[in-house]
Ligand binder design. Structure first.
Ligand code: URA
Length: 239
């Protein structure tokens, strides 16, 4: 049997407001189901492969909202941003209303791959220290990157407030002042602190990949797209 859901409940689940507000959207003929206007808020809609439309914008039926954002500089990942707008402001209102949150945090000045979801299990899997999910960063450095710095990063550096030295899973020269660093933790300012401890300084930081999932090449800073099943597989997640 195909899973079905009442249209007004379906809209509410996707972040279009209270049940009452969703009912009004439908009654005002602002909602289409698979291309045809539906003005019955209680219509039972088949959700398999469903695309619905609100005010001309198409939405896939999504049990969970999981997406990738190309984070631009100048945005904060925290729940209550202090000095800069939140990355969530780059998303359409219904997604924010669903309660999506960034998985982990990038600094305000860091750019690149940021995963955002309302799927608690995905968040948990990718945040779990035990799983050691690889995060690949490209750092622009103040001084040229040399072998001595790579050796230190790979052998492990001692950071303030950490009981044990922390080592990079991989470190390589990617250009004269470019360092590619793979980490399996997500500690506060970890790349910047590790690079400083190795005798250099991060001037700009970009995240290229998480697990086997790379920032899609067709995304521009500030743009996002839905994660597909194949993306979730690359992240080691198959619900
Ligand atoms: N390490 C940092 O120092 N900053 C980030 O944003 C991510 C990793």
């Amino acid at each position: 049997s195909i899973p079905a859901m009442q249209l007004e409940r379906l809209l509410q689940k996707h972040g279009f407001g209270t049940r009452k507000a969703c009912r009004a959207l439908v009654r005002h003929e602002r909602v289409a189901v698979n291309g045809a206007i539906c003005d019955d808020p209680f219509a039972e809609i088949d959700t398999a492969g469903l695309v619905f439309t609100v005010d001309g914008v198409d939405w896939p039926y999504a049990e969970f909202a999981s997406l990738v954002l190309y984070k631009p500089a100048g945005y904060e990942c925290s729940r209550k941003p202090q000095h800069h707008p939140s990355v969530l402001e780059l998303l359409p209102l219904p997604l924010r209303e669903r309660g999506v949150q960034p998985i982990g945090r990038l600094d305000e000045d860091t750019t690149g791959l940021l995963l955002i979801t309302d799927d608690g299990q995905l968040n948990h899997v990718l945040s779990s220290a035990r799983r050691k999910v690889a995060k690949v960063y490209l750092a622009t450095t103040k001084h040229p990157v040399d072998q001595g710095q790579l050796d230190k990063l790979l052998a492990g550096v001692l950071l303030n407030d950490e009981p044990e030295p922390i080592s990079a899973a991989a470190a390589e020269v990617a250009g004269e002042n470019l360092l590619r660093l793979t980490l399996t933790e997500g500690k506060y300012h970890q790349v910047k602190r590790m690079v400083a401890a190795a005798g250099n300084r991060v001037e700009a930081l970009h995240r290229e990949a998480v697990g086997e999932f790379a920032l899609p090449a067709d995304l521009k800073p500030g743009e996002w797209r839905w994660l597909a099943a194949v993306d979730l597989q690359k992240l080691g997640y198959s619900p």
